[in-house]
Design a protein around this ligand. Structure first.
Ligand SMILES: Cc1cc2nc3c(=O)[nH]c(=O)nc-3n(C[C@H](O)[C@H](O)[C@H](O)COP(=O)(O)O)c2cc1C
Length: 188
């Protein structure tokens, strides 16, 4: 089984990435191969349906890699910072490069981080998008705050809060269970 975590923060070494890394660790303990696609590390160009722009080759390669990984994944986790009460534009742009074929009847986990007042609204907004893409957003989601993270000497964040560590385990249990049982596979 393969999982893909898309991190939609505009910040390199974000809290959202730290959450993704915690989840990757939990998933790998269950022998689930998991890859993090961090859009801050692997930027992609703005969707241009007309093809009039000329994006750098690196960005084009990143888009192709994202599309391939999303298509091959048995489940996808979307991670976003809270930007203006919603998910990030970077993440929306990445989703616009994907299609229903990448999400149809596939389990999707939602997680995000806020720096101000903790909000699950960005995740509610993403839930609507996942439904539109015919994905199955699992009920458990994770909405953290900056204060739930510790910081290492090199500036890297890590998930410190024990409640969220526990919630992450439930989140992982749920998404792996959905991906293993594939209850909606026949409806594809
Ligand atoms: C464009 C922008 C808009 C933001 N809007 C909000 C907001 O509406 N509510 C909030 O709590 N934090 C807001 N923030 C703060 C981020 O949520 C905060 O920086 C958080 O640490 C981002 O997580 P990250 O490290 O995973 O990127 C905003 C930050 C940016 C850059």
């Amino acid at each position: 089984m393969k999982g893909l975590i898309i991190v939609g923060s505009a910040r390199v070494n974000s809290h959202t990435k730290a959450l993704a890394q915690y989840l990757k660790g939990q998933l790998e303990e269950k022998d689930v191969e998991t890859e993090i696609f961090d859009l801050a590390d692997q930027p992609i160009h703005t969707l241009d349906v007309s093809g009039a722009s000329n994006p750098p080759d690196e960005y084009k390669r990143n888009v192709e890699a994202l599309q391939k990984k999303a298509r091959e994944a048995d489940f996808i986790i979307l991670g976003t910072p809270n930007y203006h009460g919603s998910y990030s534009g970077i993440l929306k742009n990445a989703l616009d490069h994907l299609t229903m074929d990448d999400f149809k009847m596939k389990p999707v986990g939602l997680m995000g981080n806020s720096g101000g007042i903790v909000s699950a609204e960005p995740l509610s907004h993403l839930r609507l998008i996942v439904r539109t893409l015919l994905g199955i957003a699992v009920p458990t989601q994770i909405a953290t705050h900056d204060s739930d993270f510790g910081k290492l000497d090199d500036g890297t964040f890590y998930l410190q809060d024990e409640e969220f560590q526990l919630r992450s385990r439930l989140f992982v249990e749920q998404i792996v269970s959905f991906a293993e049982s594939r209850p909606y596979e026949h409806l594809k």
